[in-house]
Design a protein around this ligand. Structure first.
Ligand code: SAM
Length: 252
């Protein structure tokens, strides 16, 4: 049985550049596209800027119960995803993925996902993401396939699907044409090793609080300097790790 749920985008380009291809392996294919079908990222999916295939790992089970997990060798709590089943699903996924697209297992043990990794993945032809459930995947299938591991943070989710959605959202919004011309990627958090400055909109006075006067001054150089100083202050206060990483911080 073919376990792919072709969610969209792949045939909608009408001769334009090939879409960025995401292939997700999951035992819950109905979780996709989920939030990825909404807003800018959802529009990009509908427009064929990217495509999404959700492969149901359970379709590659070999018994009549469609089992994907078994008890851990060595004892202990929980269940482990079976190597033969995951491997067969991976075989199908890798056949769909474009050459050069990395395959990654979402895991709390993985390298930490960040904006630099999002940029690198967005610059590749796509990505294949394996979503774990239970206690995770039998190590042998990861070793056999040489699959890297990617974590979205130091906490434990009940499954890899929400992590896959985070990774895909962060990548897709970086693809050419996904954000409107008015959205500046360059000034966002992490783009310059800094968190972003605070934002304000109308009314200029609300609930007894005024926006900082410099923002209504019309003086563009002063506004730019104020925003830069705010970004540096917030980064130094909230993320000393990011602040320390900056090669030559400009101090005001
Ligand atoms: C309950 S977790 C397994 C946790 C694992 N036993 C451990 O202690 O590291 C089930 C699945 O959720 C996913 N997951 C959980 N936390 C994650 C995180 N921080 N980043 C990426 N994936 C995560 C992984 O795919 C994992 O296999």
């Amino acid at each position: 049985m073919n376990g792919a749920k072709d969610i969209g985008g792949s045939d909608a380009t009408g001769g334009k550049a090939a879409p960025w291809r995401a292939v997700v392996l999951t035992i819950f294919p109905d979780m996709f596209p989920g939030c990825l079908g909404q807003s800018l990222v959802g529009k990009a999916l509908a427009d064929g800027v990217w495509s999404l295939d959700a492969i149901d790992i359970r379709d590659y089970a070999r018994d009549r119960h469609r089992s994907v997990d078994d008890v851990p060798f060595g004892g202990g709590p929980g269940m482990v995803m079976k190597p033969d089943v995951v491997d067969a699903a991976l075989e199908a996924a890798l056949a769909k993925a474009p050459a050069g697209a990395p395959a990654l297992y979402l895991s709390p043990r993985g390298a930490r996902f960040d904006q630099a990794r999002a940029r690198a993945l967005a610059a590749s032809p796509g990505v294949t993401l394996l979503c774990g459930r239970f206690e995770g995947v039998d190590q042998r299938v990861l070793d056999k396939r040489g699959i890297g591991e990617l974590s979205i943070g130091d906490f434990v989710l009940s499954g890899g699907e929400p992590a896959a959605a985070c990774v895909l959202d962060a990548c897709v919004r970086l693809l050419p044409g996904v954000l409107g011309a008015s959205d500046s990627l360059g000034e966002e958090s992490f783009e310059d090793g800094l968190l972003e400055y605070p934002h304000y909109t109308r009314p200029a006075s609300w609930d007894g609080r005024d926006v900082p006067a410099v923002l209504t001054s019309g003086h563009h150089a002063n506004i730019k300097a104020w925003r830069r100083a705010q970004a540096e202050k917030i980064t130094a206060e909230r993320r000393p790790d990011l602040w320390a990483k900056r090669a030559a911080p400009t101090r005001h």
